[in-house]
Design a protein around this ligand. Structure first.
Ligand code: CA
Length: 376
């Protein structure tokens, strides 16, 4: 069985800052992606495109624009756009793919070798809002405009003088999943918390820190509001408990383009961590909100989602590629999900994602795995 080598060029254009770019042409072709199993996937691409399975193999355009100042923020828009209708073959390739009516470029500030750039990304395919037909972008220019100074960004760049952990006695707890968590009075005592009625919980939990230094991240551990159940005696003592919302290491976000929830595993930890102390003053309690006097919405259900994505194997014990089950001798696995009180299963949103082995990892594995040699 042959393993086709695919070269995905990640050429990014770099130019000095100006308000508009010269016209950019996209040279479209087809691309063939072959899994180690031999299965082939056709997709569209163009010179300089990024292709990955997370984006359903739909090509993404990336542009770097050199800027001069660290604190300037920009907006970006496409203009002088020229589109071309997709052929029937190209439409067939993109069948069942979610394509938006508009092309929405995202823009981020990135720092590369101490130079500041605006990084623009977008998918250059749209469903024409008037005709409903699929079109690919073949020529366009980008216009950058400075935004007024972002005060919140400036504030996030000022750092606290010392961490909240500098003084007091602290207990570190591990969180494996996003949920409302419960800790009883006796558990707090067992942890060594000397004054449980003054318990506070600090931390933000959640997924990985952003890869780029330029992206916002929290400076110090925030204080979390908690619910404290004191029982009928009004005193926090034996038999009582606290509840608090904590985020686990797997993060979820709603992707408007695909109209579905997508997840990201924490590649470096199976847990997020929070810090408990009773030395920081009285607890910060969740405040009650007044009920509405009347309502006309009757909620009878909600969307739920789950994923099986275990990070069990890292082929080279290096890098960010983690895999779960190996399909070699064993070719069938069962994965159980629990959705109590299910009203309706939206089966079309059930996905099975395979992970082809990137060529650089395959090349490094070849000397070690005789079985892989058979693919050559
Ligand atoms: Ca009590």
């Amino acid at each position: 069985m042959r393993y086709l080598v695919i070269l995905l060029f990640s050429i990014i254009s770099v130019s000095s800052f100006s308000q508009t770019t010269t016209p950019i042409n996209l040279d479209w072709t087809e691309s063939l992606i072959v899994y180690p199993t031999g299965e082939k996937i056709n997709t569209l691409t163009f010179t300089g495109a990024s292709l990955n399975e997370e984006n359903s193999w739909i090509p993404e355009y990336s542009h770097l624009q050199l800027t001069s100042s660290t604190n300037e923020l920009f907006t970006v828009e496409l203009f002088d756009t020229q589109f071309k209708l997709l052929s029937s073959t190209e439409r067939q390739i993109l069948r069942n793919k979610t394509i938006s009516n508009t092309i929405k470029p995202s823009i981020n500030t990135v720092v590369i070798r101490k130079q500041n750039y605006q990084q623009v990304k977008f998918t250059p395919i749209r469903k024409n809002p008037l005709t409903g037909q699929l079109e690919k972008l073949i020529r366009f220019s980008l216009r950058f405009q400075k935004k007024s100074q972002n005060k919140s960004l400036k504030q996030s760049k000022s750092y606290v003088a010392s961490s909240v952990l500098q003084s007091g006695k602290w207990v570190k707890i591990a969180i494996d999943t996003t949920a409302v968590h419960k800790i009883t009075y006796s558990q707090l005592i067992d942890m060594g918390i000397s004054n449980p009625e003054n318990i506070r919980i600090y931390g933000s939990g959640g997924g990985m820190l952003p890869k780029m230094n330029s992206e916002d991240s929290l400076d110090d551990l925030p204080n979390n509001s908690i619910y404290m159940d004191k029982g009928s005696d009004g005193i926090f003592n034996s038999g009582d408990f606290i509840l608090f919302y904590a985020k686990g290491p797997r993060s979820w976000k709603f992707d408007e383009a695909s109209n579905e929830f997508v997840h990201e595993n924490h590649l470096y930890s199976d847990f997020s961590h929070y810090f408990l102390s009773s030395d920081m003053g009285s607890p910060t309690l969740i405040q009650s909100a007044a009920s509405l006097s009347s309502s006309n919405i009757n909620v009878t259900g909600f969307d739920d989602y789950a994923v099986f994505d275990q990070d069990d194997t890292n082929l080279l014990e290096s890098g960010r590629l983690w895999l779960a089950n190996t399909f070699d001798v064993t070719t069938n696995y069962s994965f159980n999900f629990s959705f109590p009180n299910l009203k309706r299963l939206i089966s079309e949103n059930t996905k099975f994602q395979r992970q082809p082995i990137p060529n650089e990892i395959l090349a490094a594995l070849l000397p070690m795995l005789p079985k892989v040699r058979d693919w050559q």
